[in-house]
Design a protein. Structure first.
Length: 153
C-alpha cells in the first residue's frame, strides 16, 4: 500500500493493521498513518489563518473569556472539552469538524446517545449560535457549556 492511501485509512482499518503487526515497533516504524496530532494551539492558529479569522473574533463568537482564549491560542493553557466546543462555535464548525477539533485537543468525542452531546452536535450542524445552544441546553434541563460539570459526561 502506498503512503498516500495509507493516510486515508479509516480508524477501524488502522486498528486492524496495528493488531496484525508482528510488533508495535514494526507498526510504528512502518506506518506513515501513525502521525502525531498537532498541538491544540498550533491547530487553532492554523485554522484562524486558513479561515482569515482574527483570534479575538473566534474567542468572542465562542463565548470564551478573552484573556483565557488568548492563552489557548498561545499554547500557555490547555482547553477543557467544553472550551474546545466553544472554539467550534467560534469557528462556525459543523459537527464533523468539531469531532476533529476534539480529537486534536485529545478530548472525548461527542456521542449521539449522550443527550447533551446530541443537543450540541445538532446546534453545530445547523449553525446555531453559542447563545442559542446554551438556551436549548437550558430548555432541555442539560448542563450549559462551561458549567459546573467541568465538561464531563
Amino acid at each position: 500500500m502506498d503512503k498516500k492511501n495509507e493516510k486515508q485509512l479509516s480508524t477501524l482499518e488502522l486498528w486492524a493493521k496495528l493488531f496484525r503487526s508482528a510488533s508495535v515497533e514494526r507498526y510504528l516504524s512502518g506506518s506513515d498513518a501513525v502521525q502525531e496530532l498537532p498541538s491544540f494551539s498550533e491547530y487553532i492558529k492554523m485554522l484562524a489563518e486558513e479561515r482569515n479569522e482574527k483570534p479575538e473574533t473566534v474567542i468572542s463568537r465562542g463565548g470564551i473569556e478573552s484573556s483565557f482564549g488568548h492563552k489557548l491560542f498561545s499554547g500557555t493553557r490547555k482547553p477543557s472539552r467544553d472550551t474546545v466546543i466553544q472554539f467550534a462555535f467560534g469557528f462556525g464548525m459543523d459537527a464533523e469538524e468539531t469531532q476533529k477539533l476534539l480529537k486534536v485537543a485529545r478530548a472525548v468525542a461527542m456521542h449521539p446517545r449522550v443527550k447533551r452531546d446530541a443537543v450540541i452536535a445538532y446546534c453545530l450542524q445547523y449553525r446555531k449560535s453559542f447563545m442559542d445552544t446554551q438556551q436549548l441546553l437550558y430548555d432541555n434541563h442539560l448542563p450549559l457549556i462551561g458549567g459546573s460539570h467541568n465538561g464531563t459526561r
